[in-house]
Design a protein around this ligand. Structure first.
Ligand SMILES: Nc1nc2c(ncn2[C@@H]2O[C@H](COP(=O)(O)OP(=O)(O)OP(=O)(O)O)[C@@H](O)[C@H]2O)c(=O)[nH]1
Length: 546
């Protein structure tokens, strides 16, 4: 488990990294949000578009269903009328009677030629109307529009049969036969007529005519109009594809999920059941006939303009995102190189202000700092003290341990002094073995205490791993509260240092104490021996600064 400090450091590092990458994170969050909103908006638009087109298609399916039901109603009425006519005219010849032929002709014209009425006799003989020679044109006993009535299969409740598409054996025309059984026997007198009796009347509805009508109103580019028997047999389709006529779609998933199950509805088809074209499908089952109407519209046509606009929007949004990311990356790079430059400049400034040997502030930076601090002290009416330090008999150390030994002493002393000072105090090396300390906002009493602490820190422990004691002499001065130039304060501190040296070294002397006539008399420590105890030389004890 990580310790508390290391966890704190890790958290701080994470925070710093987050701050550094904050801009990038914000931009990425904004981009993600804007893309999410755009995609939601796009999906909503598509949903609304589909809903609107579904509603339109449902209206159209309803209209086609209504029209188809009307056609079938007319046909059914025509078939019933013929049946009734035959019943009420039992002696008339059903194949040639001019009254019936006129009626049939009117019915054909009313349908604008879209259907022909025909009779099938009990032997399966097919008779066109009129049939001048009375001979059947073909035998259709096997056709479902005949067998449905003989077997009683596939009939609506009132006996109508809508047959699967057939290709005429006489004309090769494709028709949907809609048939009724004739009510037999029409009249006993019919028995006098030659040939078999008529059994079925049917209307052959021209699929091409029907498909052509639907072709005019269907949606182009993939749209279609389909009539389908409710059991899944395809009756007619616009655009007409002959191969689809009579197809049994009852096994398709669309039939089982939609128009085979419910009377009306809509769905999106992948076109798998027919030509593979994806379509929106709306369907409606006729109320009175076993027929379902399907009206479709190609998805490409529905969404074509939408996708074209969407492509433009996506491309522009993508480009915009790339530009935003590019600008962000550029700014981040510029920011990071600026930071690196600032760090390098900071490092250089630190190097320029640092004494290479001891790591404390060098002479130039120290004097600059001291001047600034004395100015600030003057403005605030505060005091500031200056300590001048000089390692005693440093020449002897150099002579005994060599220059590198002397360097080590300088580093150790600087480090001990630094450790004994407050954060706001400034330790500088003025040159050689001369050091200086600036103590901001420090009274004379505290300056003396700090000076003494430094002297003790120097003499307390031998340096160089030997019994070599190192001592320091300290002189100090306090700047005039009304403001005083650096040179002036330093001169007084240096003068005090001179006094300390003159009075035997390893001691602290304040400014303004004259040098005694006998050197070394006032200091208790030996000139360069290990310090045995305090040798303040100050006139008063003070509270430590820290
Ligand atoms: N090792 C080392 N010696 C230095 C450096 N700078 C100056 N010195 C030496 O420090 C010595 C200073 O000697 P002096 O000025 O005679 O003073 P002192 O021997 O300390 O005697 P007092 O100050 O009177 O106690 C000289 O021998 C310089 O060569 C330095 O960076 N490293």
């Amino acid at each position: 488990m990580p310790s508390v400090p290391s966890a704190r450091r890790a958290a701080a590092r994470l925070l710093a990294r987050l701050q550094r990458h904050g801009m990038l994170l914000v931009i990425l969050a904004l981009l993600t949000w804007s893309w999410a909103v755009s995609l939601w908006f796009i999906a909503e638009q598509k949903r609304h578009l589909l809903a609107d087109r579904s509603a339109e298609l449902a209206l159209m399916a309803g209209a086609v269903a209504e029209q188809s039901a009307g056609v079938l109603r007319t046909i059914d009425s025509d078939l019933r009328t013929i049946d009734l006519w035959l019943q009420t005219h039992p002696t008339a010849d059903p194949l040639r009677d001019p009254r019936l032929m006129t009626l049939v002709d009117e019915m054909r014209r009313a349908s604008r030629g879209a259907m022909d009425l025909r009779l099938v006799d009990e032997a399966g003989g097919l008779h066109y109307l009129p049939s001048p020679d009375g001979r059947p044109r073909a035998n259709v006993a096997d056709r479902s529009y005949v067998t449905a009535h003989t077997l009683g299969q596939g009939l609506s409740a009132d006996g109508l049969h809508v047959g699967a598409p057939v290709t005429s054996r006489v004309t090769q025309r494709r028709d949907v036969p809609v048939s009724r059984a004739l009510t037999a026997p029409p009249h006993p007198a019919a028995d006098h007529l030659p040939g078999p009796r008529m059994a079925v009347v049917f209307a052959a509805v021209d699929i091409e005519r029907m498909a052509a009508e639907h072709e005019r109103i269907r949606f182009k580019d993939g749209g279609s109009i389909v009539l389908m028997r409710t059991d899944g047999i395809l009756l007619s389709r616009a655009p007409l594809v002959p191969a689809y006529l009579g197809l049994d779609l009852s096994h398709t998933p669309q039939f089982n999920a939609h128009y085979g199950r419910q009377a009306r509805g809509a769905y999106v088809s992948d076109g798998g059941a027919t030509d593979g074209v994806a379509r929106l499908v709306s369907y409606e089952r006729l109320d009175d006939f076993p027929v379902t109407v399907l009206v479709t519209r190609g998805l490409d046509e529905i969404f074509g303009a939408y996708y074209a606009r969407l492509r433009i929007v996506l491309v522009l949004s993508g480009l915009l995102s790339l530009v935003v990311l590019g600008v962000t990356a550029f700014l981040l790079r510029a920011q990071s190189s600026r930071r690196a430059m600032e760090a390098a400049q900071h490092h250089l400034r630190r190097l320029a202000a640092t004494d290479e040997l001891t790591g404390v502030v060098n002479r130039r930076a120290f004097i600059e700092t001291a001047r600034g601090e004395l100015d600030r002290a003057k403005r605030r009416g505060a005091t500031a003290a200056v300590l001048a330090l000089d390692i005693d008999h440093f020449k002897h150390i150099n002579d005994r341990y060599g220059h590198s030994g002397g360097d080590l002493v300088l580093r150790v002393c600087a480090s001990r002094w630094q450790a004994a000072l407050r954060d706001q105090d400034v330790l500088g090396r003025l040159g050689g073995e001369e050091f200086c300390v600036l103590l901001p906002e420090t009274s004379a009493a505290n300056a003396a205490t700090v000076a003494e602490r430094l002297r003790r820190a120097t003499a307390a422990t031998p340096v160089l791993g030997t019994d070599q004691g190192v001592t320091v002499s300290v002189g100090w001065a306090v700047a005039d509260v009304d403001g005083e130039a650096w040179e002036s304060v330093y001169e007084r501190a240096d003068q005090a240092l001179y006094t300390a040296k003159a009075q035997g070294r390893n001691c602290v002397r304040p400014e303004g104490v004259p040098a005694p006539s006998t050197p070394a008399a006032a200091c208790t420590a030996g000139a360069h021996g290990v310090e045995a105890g305090p040798a303040t030389g100050t006139t008063a004890e003070h509270d430590p600064v820290h």
